[in-house]
Design a protein around this ligand. Structure first.
Ligand code: ZN
Ligand code: ZN
Length: 146
């Protein structure tokens, strides 16, 4: 995981460069995104922001997430049932390991992925722009619980 302070700085800089205002609520959302490695959902972010800014609305959190997504500073991990999760640490495509029981999402270290992209481009002539790679399973903690 990147240093949360550096990451927060990068996000704020990018917003400033594009002339977006950094409201205290917006800043609080960014701080949570930069400091979480567990891919929080909107509700989790909302609950955390409300500890410091009780008047924050869910819409504000959504809008901030959408904005950050648009400027490429947050990666959205979409799920069919709508409970999307967000990665503000690594805003670029990367594989995820997802526990189907507790919904934990972690970032595995896969050195082979860039090789895979290159291989695909060579084999197919595609210029790869993006990818989604999710591995679903049961995490060690849930396995222990049986
Ligand atoms: Zn689990
Ligand atoms: Zn991730």
């Amino acid at each position: 995981m990147a240093d949360p302070k550096i990451r927060l700085n990068q996000m704020v800089t990018k917003l400033r460069e594009q002339d977006y205002r950094i409201t205290p609520q917006r800043f609080a959302v960014l701080k949570i995104l930069a400091g979480s490695k567990d891919h929080p959902g909107v509700e989790q972010i909302y609950e955390q922001v409300r500890k410091d800014f009780p008047t924050t609305s869910l819409a504000t959190v959504y809008k901030t997430l959408t904005l950050m997504k648009e400027i490429g500073e947050v990666l959205e991990i979409g799920f069919a049932e709508g409970s999307n999760r967000y990665d503000g640490n690594k805003p670029y495509p990367h594989p995820h390991l997802i526990c189907v029981k507790c919904k934990e999402i972690i970032d595995p270290d896969l050195a082979t992925l860039s090789d895979m992209t290159q291989e695909l481009e060579q084999d197919t002539g595609f210029r790869i722009l993006n990818h989604r790679l999710d591995f679903f399973g049961i995490c060690p903690r849930c396995q222990e619980k049986g």
